[in-house]
Design a protein around this ligand. Structure first.
Ligand code: AMP
Length: 447
């Protein structure tokens, strides 16, 4: 299969040759012809599978061939994304894929001044990439009009809902022309997303290029059990001992991110961070420095988990497991992209066993455990099973004291509950393979 056989025009083929994209990825070979024909699309694609080009290339082509002039404060295609970083990244993709085409593109998102955005929108723009909150602000201030809009793309639709954009989306959808093409992309699908798709899409083509809710096969995943209070120390130890190169580390809270960043800097490691409390320019700068290799360790909350494309990132570490199991898939999707291999290591403490079980059930894989000498936890992480069970430590049976048997220090005839050690072969548990139905919510996930 070639890009030419998908019906792409010559200027796009030239750009793809310059980018050294030789063959379309599966999501591209399915999406491109359908989008070119004007069909609606509902695509479930793994992270890093090339889905951005899957919608950007045919969209650029349609806009070019139709050739309409965009009016002031208007747009012809709208791409909604959940985060500011993703907005910048998708914009850059449109600009790079559209390098040989006479189309304009621009991105609007919160966290930066709205005035330059209002100014730029006055001339109108062919392709606008936006986060929902800022776009709604602009719409309410009459800085954007949707009358000319012909295509709407929802990228990472599930993430937009997770981030609480449901109300903004509702208001925006009702302002959009009813006659339009809609493309919905999401790495994971929940019931709510399916319902949204049912309301927004007309006779959509369903594209699913990989098993749902699984990370790229090229990512080697494993975990190290550790006590909660020793996680940062273990991370520093691993970084040094295993001579890790560039690492993207995810922590649960902003505070956790700051603490690890400080500990790293104090040890002389070039580290930076991204989280919601940081001003947007600082977040973008941190990402750019990491991409340029000036920073060895980038510490982030889940704000950074979705969609970011960091070339050839070898390693992702979960300092904390995500509360939402689906975020695990997105986090580790930052590595092993575009065919290269990657590694994802999670530092897991006993408190997190339920999150672990939910993740393993979602990805249908029990993560292999490796203890790190010197960091064997006092609080053992209970074993988990493929169907999301946690093998709790059996309770001690009630003591039946037999006179004379219980001397000081002796266990008498009390049967001690046995616990399974990390290194032991896992006990035989009937591994009922429960495959969640499409749209089922991950266990333990917070919505
Ligand atoms: P995405 O999933 O859209 O974020 O893309 C992941 C990465 O794959 C990006 O770095 C793209 O530049 C790259 N990519 C996308 N499509 C292709 C292709 N057909 N051949 C080679 N690389 C690609």
């Amino acid at each position: 299969m070639t890009f030419a056989s998908l019906g792409l025009i010559e200027p796009l083929l030239r750009t793809l040759a310059d980018l050294d994209y030789q063959t379309p990825t599966p999501v591209q070979s399915q999406s491109i012809p359908a989008v070119l024909k004007g069909r609606d699309l509902m695509a479930a694609a793994q992270t890093g599978t090339g889905k951005t080009a899957g919608f950007a290339l045919p969209l650029l082509q349609r806009l070019t061939l139709e050739g309409a002039q965009v009016a002031g404060n208007s747009l012809r295609a709208l791409v909604l994304v959940p985060t500011r970083e993703l907005a910048e990244q998708v914009l850059q993709s449109f600009r790079s894929y559209g390098a040989n085409l006479p189309l304009s593109s621009y991105a609007v998102y919160g966290g930066v001044s709205i005035n330059p955005q209002m100014l730029r929108l006055r001339k109108g723009v062919d392709i606008l990439v936006a986060t929902p909150g800022r776009l709604l602000d602009l719409y309410r201030q009459n800085a954007v009009r949707f009358a000319q809009l012909q295509t709407l793309v929802l990228d990472e639709a599930d993430r937009m809902l997770d981030l609480g954009f449901a109300r903004e989306l509702d208001e925006l959808f009702s302002a959009l022309p009813k006659r339009r093409q809609t493309l919905l992309f999401s790495a994971t699908f929940s019931d709510v997303i399916r319902q949204m798709a049912g309301e927004l899409l007309r006779d959509p083509l369903s594209v699913e290029v990989s098993p749902r809710n699984t990370a790229a096969k090229s990512v080697r995943q494993w975990l190290i059990p550790v006590d909660k209070k020793r996680k940062s120390e273990l991370f520093l130890h691993l970084l040094k001992e295993r001579r890790w190169g560039q690492v993207l580390v995810f922590a649960k809270t902003r505070k956790g991110v700051d603490q690890l960043e400080q500990a790293l800097r104090a040890s002389g490691v070039a580290a930076d961070s991204i989280h919601g409390d940081k001003p947007q320019p600082a977040r973008l700068r941190a990402l750019e420095r990491f991409k340029a290799g000036e920073v060895q360790v980038l510490v982030a909350t889940d704000v950074a988990a979705r969609g970011l494309d960091i070339e050839a990132l070898p390693l992702v570490v979960n300092l904390d497991l995500p509360v939402n199991a689906e975020d695990y898939v997105h986090r580790i999707g930052r590595t092993g992209r575009a065919g290269s291999s990657g590694e994802a290591v999670s530092l897991v403490c006993a408190d997190e066993v339920e999150l672990l079980a939910a993740i393993e059930r979602l990805i249908r894989q029990v993560l292999s455990r490796r203890e790190e000498p010197g960091f064997i936890p006092d609080h053992r992480v209970p074993q988990t099973t493929l169907d999301g069970q946690i093998l709790k430590k059996p309770k001690k049976p009630k003591q039946k004291l037999i006179p004379g048997a219980a001397k000081s220090g002796s266990k008498g005839n009390i049967h001690l509950g046995r616990w399974f050690e990390e290194d032991e072969a896992r006990p035989k548990v009937k591994a009922v393979r429960k495959v969640p139905s499409f749209g089922s919510k991950p266990q333990g996930g917070k919505r």
